[in-house]
Write a protein that binds this ligand. Structure first.
Ligand code: ZN
Length: 418
């Protein structure tokens, strides 16, 4: 007798390994930037697999791929699942791909089970979830949410100066149809994305499934501090206008604010810091640093931004430096749908699978789909919590477990018709 669970894990392994071959950096992890030859080949493979199991395949004007399993109720809105197949530089083979492959396999399971689905079920591959090529992430899901304009498409450029518009045209996409990409509220019934956790909470708690309650949204801030560039030996301490020590105070205060937050998802990171001119015997004249602030609580983020502004005002007069802060983006966190959360939970209980209720610290296409449809996310464990790294690993059996749950949820949602 064939072990069905193993057969599912084998299919997932086959597809993930096949996708791994479409790679711009063989031997140094997987690099597959959107609309490169390798990514186009990966798209072909996914469309081939969708066709093979009998899905109706189409692509929209920004390259989102849809594979549809027809339902019996023509006029009902569809249920969606899916993720992305583009990567960061020198990445692993699971981030995004796990959700696409799981989606295709989940729909195949439904089809082969003989169970009927009322709503259409569509597997979606979102264009460029990663910002790697054009500097902005979630291009496909943003466009679906109506938050990417034709102007953005003209203005977004890659390192070679090619615009997203040029690249789309070269690849045969019909930009004239771009106004048809946007989905209105209610056009999609629901969306469930399976994704690797990219952290170590599941492994730590011995859970096989993570049920996401909310997605933490990023706020990017750029701070510039101007002081006076002076001689490190000849300038007494009381005469200095040192932007670096002023910046240090701001950064430590930010850390205190995030630590003091009652919401565990609130985190702040300064990942880039420049001091000019950058010599050991010169008091810098200027510093510039990034702030990456995330939380599942938008109010909390706004509170921290306010406190930051007050504190920079205080430090500016205390230390005689000029401080400017620029908010580059301030995204809204999104809550997962409680019906979907409960459905995943009940499925885990039924199957005796240990689960963990958690937020997602990383953002995903779900965050933008949330602007027009209720969503849920199923996390599967990441070995040692490593991601965006060639060491990224998730056991195929774990993806199979998540796929089995996903399949049941999609069927449940597709038959949700009053
Ligand atoms: Zn991803």
């Amino acid at each position: 007798m064939i072990n069905l669970k193993n057969a599912l894990a084998d299919n997932i392994r086959r597809d993930i390994e096949a996708l791994s071959n479409f790679n711009q950096t063989p031997g140094a992890g997987i690099t597959r930037l959107v609309f490169t030859d390798e990514e186009i080949e990966a798209r072909k493979y996914i469309k081939f697999r969708m066709n093979e199991i009998g899905l109706v395949v189409r692509e929209d004007a920004i390259g989102n791929i849809f594979g549809k399993l027809k339902g019996s109720h023509d006029k009902s809105s569809p249920v969606w699942t899916g993720s992305h197949i583009d990567t960061v530089l020198n990445a692993g083979q699971f981030d995004g791909m796990a959700g696409v492959v799981a989606g295709i396999e989940a729909v195949r399971l439904i089809k082969e089970s003989g169970c009927s689905n009322k709503r259409d079920i569509e597997v979606v591959v979102f264009t460029s979830e990663e910002p790697t090529r054009f500097g902005k992430g979630c291009l496909g899901s943003r466009a679906l949410a109506g938050e990417l304009t034709l102007n953005d498409i003209k203005n977004l450029k890659d390192d070679l100066g090619q615009s997203l518009e040029d690249v789309l045209l070269q690849r045969g996409y019909n930009i004239n149809e771009f106004n048809k990409v946007k989905k209105e509220l209610g056009e999609v019934h629901s969306f469930v994305e399976l994704h690797i956790e990219q952290g170590a909470v599941l492994e730590d708690t011995g859970s096989k499934v993570g049920i996401v309650t909310a997605i933490s949204a990023p706020t990017d801030i750029r701070v510039t501090v101007n002081g006076v560039q002076q001689h490190a030996g000849a300038t007494p301490m009381y005469m200095r206008k040192d932007p670096l020590t002023a910046s240090s105070e701001i950064i430590l205060e930010l850390e205190k604010m995030a630590r003091a937050s009652k919401n565990i998802s609130t985190v702040v990171t300064v990942g880039m810091f420049d001091a000019f001119p950058g010599a050991s015997n010169v008091i810098p004249g200027k510093t510039s640093f990034s702030i990456d602030l995330r939380s599942t609580d938008f109010e909390e983020k706004c509170k921290i931004i306010n406190s930051l502004n007050q504190y920079t005002g205080y430090i500016s007069s205390l230390r005689n430096v000029e401080i400017t802060t620029e908010i580059i983006c301030n995204e809204k966190p999104e809550k997962a749908d409680t019906y979907i959360i409960d459905a995943i939970k009940n499925s885990c209980i039924e199957k005796n699978i240990k689960y963990n209720i958690m937020h997602s610290g990383a953002y995903h296409d779900s965050m933008f789909v949330a602007h027009f449809a209720p969503f849920g996310m199923i996390f599967v464990p990441s070995k040692n919590g490593i991601s965006h790294n060639m060491e990224e690993w998730t056991d195929y059996e774990d993806i199979a477990l998540g796929t089995d749950i996903l399949s049941g949820i999609l069927l449940n949602l597709s038959n949700e018709i009053k």
